[in-house]
Design a protein around this ligand. Structure first.
Ligand code: NAD
Length: 147
């Protein structure tokens, strides 16, 4: 069975947490903590201009000694965003994440933002699907060899 990104979004929802590029990193971290999310899409109005992740914070604020209260998000965000479509498979997304060393993929459908999937979302879905396969096989074996 090929599991698609669209089915993860059906369960998870289509909301994408976002922040403006001129907001401070301090505000961004507060928002990430409130939403229990490791990324924020950086949007200037309707335009996606970057993505901010926990890793950006570690590398460009914590390590380089910047102040989160005065540094704007635009100074530390990642500009090179990798997108997927709702028709990408979970396996393809995992391969992209491994190759690009990223953990969050915003989802675009014909140029329209329709969600975001994380590494955790993909692993959770794969694990659930594997469990279903195991249960089906177990029932089949139990049915084939009664008593
Ligand atoms: N993904 C999950 O459902 C989940 C649940 C509980 C714990 N965890 C654990 O947390 C750790 C990191 O999890 P992760 O890889 O899911 O990353 P994460 O902590 O960034 O994501 C957590 C959840 O927030 C969502 N999220 C993150 N940024 C978002 C954004 N900008 N807009 C909308 N939703 C956003 C993700 O899709 C995911 O559902 C892992 O150790 C994982 O096991 C994951």
């Amino acid at each position: 069975m090929t599991r698609l990104v669209s089915s993860i979004l059906e369960r998870k929802g289509h909301d994408v947490h976002r922040i403006e590029p001129d907001a401070t990193v301090f505000d961004a971290i507060g928002k990430m903590v409130r939403h229990n999310a490791g990324s924020l899409l950086v949007m200037d109005g309707d335009r996606i201009v970057g993505i901010l992740t926990e890793r950006d914070y570690l590398r460009r604020v914590a390590l380089e000694g910047r102040s989160s209260r005065t540094t704007p998000v635009r100074e530390i965000m990642t500009l090179d965003i990798v997108y997927v479509s709702p028709r990408h498979s979970v396996e393809d997304c995992m391969a992209i994440m491994t190759e690009r060393r990223i953990r969050h993929l915003p989802v675009l459908d014909e140029g329209r933002l329709v969600g975001l999937v994380s590494q955790g979302d993909l692993v959770k879905q794969l694990a659930a699907d594997r469990q279903v396969e195991i249960d089906v096989l177990r029932d089949y074996i139990a049915g084939s060899y009664p008593g």
